[in-house]
Design a protein around this ligand. Sequence first.
Ligand code: V47
Length: 359
Amino acid sequence: MQDKELLPTAKKLAQGKRLNRQDGLLLMTTADIYGLGAMAQAARQAKNQDKTYYILNRHLNYTNICANQCRFCAFWRTENHESAILLTPAEAAAKAAEIPQGQVDEFHIVGGCHPTLTLDYYLELFQALSKVHPTAALKAFTAVEIDHIARVSGLSAEEVLDALILAGLGALTGGGAEVFSPRVRQELCPRKASGKRWLEVSALAHKRGIPTNATLLYGHIETPEERVDHLLALREQQDLTGGFNAFIPLSFHPTNTFLSDLEPTTGLDDLRVVAVSRLLLDNFPHIKSYWVMLGRKLAQLALLFGADDLEGTVVEEHISHDAGATTAQGLTEPQLLKMIQAAGLKAVRRDSYYRPIYD
Ligand code: V47
C-alpha cells in the first residue's frame, strides 16, 4: 500500500468491519489506485469469486421526449423537435420481432419523462413486447419514470407499480439517481424527482418483491463528499429493504449537453469510482462495469477493480451515444466472453435476477 493513510481502512476491511464516511472520502481522493484496487478486488472475490455476469439483452428507448430536460443529458427532445421519437407499442413489438427467439433474456426499457403518456400506454407496451418474446424479462423504467407516470396518470406510485407488476414488470432499472445531493439536483436537474423520492419509489418496488438497480452519474460538478454521501444513502436504503441487485457507476459524457465545456472523466477516476463503490456498498450483491460508457478496454480492467457484471449485449444505445460515447452500439456474446475470459475470470450468462442461465 503506497498511501499509508489507507492503512486503518485496510485494517477495518481485513476485520470485516463496515467503512464509514471518512473511509469513503479517503478512498475517493487517494492517488493510490493500486492499493484501492487491491482492496476492492478482495471484496469482489469474497462476494462473487471469479464469477463475472453478462446478459443477452436489448435496450429499448420508447421515447426521447422529456419534460425534465436535465442539463447533463443529450438524449431529451421537446415534443415538436424533428428528432423526437415516440414508439407506438406496435412499433416497439416490430423492433422486438427482429430478434430471433431465444436471443433475448431481458428488455431494458427506459425513456424520457413524456409529458402526456398515461399508464395505459405503458401497459400496452408491455403487452406488445411480451407477445413477441414471452420469456424475456421486462426490466423497465427508473424510479423517476414511475413517479412521473403516476403524476401524469393521476395515480399513486404504488398503484402504478401494482398495475405494471400485473402486466409483467420484473425489475426497475437504476437510472435517474444521478447524484442525490440537493445542490447538484437544483443546478442540473431541478425538474426531476428528488433523491429522497428516488429512494422512496425504489423502496416501494422492493416491498413488492421487485428488484431494482442504482446508479451514480459522476464526473461533472459533484464533489467527492457528494459521491460518498450518495453511496452511503444507497447503503442505508439497502439495509432497510434489501432489494437492490446492482450498482452501476455512470461516467458523465459531456458532448451535446449544457455542460459540453467539461472534460470527460479520466480512466483512473472511472476505476476509482468502481472500486470505492465495491468497498462502500458492502450490502450490494453486484457492481456493474457498463462497457457502453467505460469503453470496452476500461470496462474489462474494471472487472479487476471490484466489478463483477458487464451488463450485456445491449444492441442499441442512445443515452450515452447522443452524449458522445464512441463505443459500439452492441457487443456479441463471444465478444463479452473474450473480455471476461482474457481477464482470467469465469463468465456466467445470467437472467435479470442474476440466476445463471449457463456457466
Ligand atoms: O438515468 C444521462 C445517465 C442514465 C448522461 O439499471 C448520462 O442495469 C452519462 O441508468 N453521460 C441511463 N450518463 C443509463 C442507466 C443504466 C445503464 C445501464 C444499465 C442500467 C441498469 C442502467 O444515464 C440516466 C442518467 O443517469 N445519463 N445523460 C450523460 N451525458
